[in-house]
Write a protein that binds this ligand. Structure first.
Ligand code: GLN
Length: 548
């Protein structure tokens, strides 16, 4: 029997609902249950693929090529279950489906309305998960009270009723703000938020109260009384030192126990939390520290590099070191004569992450040149590989005007628009074709693709295999015809697509650690299963630190 847990948020956004859901998923999993997590997003974009990372943080890409909300990254990192297209839906997607069906005449002349047509479509998204796990956790994006989330709330209300109390549970995450003048945490916003939920017919049975300090017993009791919730189900959720501490903290305050109790499950096995404890021990007592410069262009919002930050942390956990990230805004150095060297002088490793457009590209190329010449470990991800190719071409070959067709018409394009590539799914082989005029949304090379690594190469050693599968999200590609020239300049194409046409990895052999990859390895890294490239990169940075 599948039980559904619906998680809503109140008072303000950014309460850590996604993390809370992921942590609860991890706790139930640690008790031996099969869990599945999904997210319903109330915005009108069909998927977050076309949203700026400044607005919405990172776009998380799944194996099956969906561009999804970054919370799916948390779900995957916390449970180890690979997220998929069917784990995230937006209002835009729901409306698109309904409108397509309306155009086909599938509604047989009916007036198409929010209730029941939109709500039915939302319910269908949840219902199709029935039977796929012991617990399905559905996080509703946005804040209760927003106009946008109403159809979602109505749908979970209806669906909750259909399932009944034994199979449906509503958890509401709220905030108790601290008011310095009064010297206390305030419960009123929580009361109002629960009232708002009740007004749409949803009665939460568990409240997760976020606060930046201890919540007095009296306050918890007051909330229970006013919100009509069992006292032990008003749960304090205080800030944690690290996101990986959240499952342990939530277990301490009884979140998983109360969830099981709400469902009337009495014989649940105790959770096995050793892995989480081990990770936390390492995080709390690192043997040393390293600093990695992330030379990027969305550096104002840490969420734009969510998975990357986490993968670096995982590399640190594996090497028993603390990884400090120094964000360097690449565009500051595009034109400036001022030297990027002063920014990079004290770092142990340099990483250029994924990016779109030419702003910042020149700054990144300068950083890569610095890493190459000073023998500092360099890790290029997607755009970071493409810029490493341009750096080598411009500074070590006669192609002084090396460029990418993403930037402009000028120069020699070593990086070009990909118009054709091969995707294999099971037995089937698709030829994907695009042109410069195709829609922007969902038209990149997206999702998991295999690559073959050259025997004896650095990357083959790092991965300890020659066959890998990694997730992609890009529109441009390094032109394989430049292989010879680039290899003469010391940049070797040590990983390619199985047909040998698309370069996937470039590495330098005259350098302690210089690897660029066309895909996004950070998306698959997990705290208890760190990605080998990040483990190896951080190890190189640690060794570098010893040399300094
Ligand atoms: N803008 C580049 C491309 O589309 C790189 C994309 C990325 O770094 N994710 O190919």
């Amino acid at each position: 029997m599948t039980r559904f847990i619906f998680i809503t948020g109140g008072v303000v956004s950014s309460l850590g609902k996604g993390l809370g859901s992921a942590a609860l998923g991890a706790l139930l999993q640690a008790r031996g249950y099969k869990v599945r997590l999904c997210k319903l997003d109330p915005y009108l974009n069909v998927d977050p693929g076309t949203m700026s990372p400044f607005q919405h943080g990172e776009v998380y890409v799944t194996d099956d090529g969906a561009e999804t909300d970054l919370d799916l990254g948390h779900y995957e990192r916390f449970t180890g279950n690979p997220a998929s297209q069917s784990d995230n839906v937006t209002t835009g997607r729901i409306y698109t489906n309904v409108l397509q069906r309306e155009r086909k005449g599938d509604y047989l002349g009916a007036t198409v309305q929010v209730i029941p047509h939109i709500t039915d479509e939302i319910k269908e998204f949840m219902r199709e998960k029935d039977g796929s796990a012991d617990f399905v956790l559905c996080e509703i994006g946005g804040t209760v009270g927003d106009i946008e989330s109403l159809p979602f709330l109505e749908s979970i209300r209806q669906f909750g009723n259909e399932l009944g109390r034994d199979r449906a549970l509503f958890i509401h995450v709220t905030l108790l703000p601290y008011i310095p003048a009064a010297g206390e945490l305030k419960t009123k916003p929580t009361q109002h938020s629960v009232k708002e939920l009740m007004a749409v017919g949803i009665r939460p049975r568990i409240l997760l109260c976020r606060a930046d300090r201890d919540i007095e017993e009296d306050e918890l009791k007051k909330i229970a009384l006013f919100c009509n919730i069992d006292e032990e189900k008003v749960i304090p959720a205080l800030d944690a030192a690290s996101i990986y501490e959240v499952p342990l903290k939530y277990h301490e305050v009884g979140l998983d126990t109360q969830v099981l109790d709400a469902f009337g499950i009495e014989d649940a096995p105790a959770p096995e939390l050793e892995e989480w404890e081990r990770i936390n021990r390492r995080l709390k007592a690192p043997e040393s520290e390293v600093t990695i410069a992330v030379v990027g262009k969305y550096t104002n919002l840490a969420d734009s590099y969510k998975s990357l930050n986490e993968a670096l942390t995982h590399g640190g956990i594996a090497n028993k070191v603390k990884v400090n990230i120094k964000f360097v805004e690449a565009s500051t150095f595009d034109e400036a004569q001022e030297d990027i060297a002063s920014e990079l002088a004290d770092v142990n490793g340099i990483l250029v992450p994924g990016a779109f457009g030419n702003r910042g590209a020149e700054g990144m190329i300068k950083a890569i040149q610095y890493a190459r010449e000073k023998n500092i470990p360099y890790f290029g991800i997607c755009f970071g590989l493409q810029m490493a190719v341009l750096e080598a071409a411009r500074n070590l070959t006669d192609i002084k005007d090396a460029s990418s067709s993403e930037f402009d018409e000028e120069g020699e394009h070593l990086i070009g628009l990909m118009t054709e590539w091969v995707k294999e799914e099971g037995e089937k082989t698709h030829h994907e074709r695009r042109s410069a005029d195709t829609d922007l949304g969902g038209t990149m090379r997206l999702g998991a693709y295999p690559a073959i690594l050259e025997k004896g190469s650095k990357v083959a050693k790092v991965y300890d295999t020659t066959h890998i599968e990694e997730r992609h999200r890009h529109r441009y590609e390094v032109n394989i015809n430049y292989q010879e020239k680039l290899e003469k300049a010391g940049l070797f194409m040590s990983g390619k697509s199985p047909d040998g046409k698309l370069p996937e990895i470039c590495e330098r052999r005259d350098h302690p650690w210089f690897i660029g990859v066309q895909y996004h390895p950070e998306l698959k890294s997990k705290p208890f299963d760190p990605h080998p490239l990040f483990v190896s990169f951080i190890k190189a940075a640690v060794e570098q630190e010893r040399l300094v």
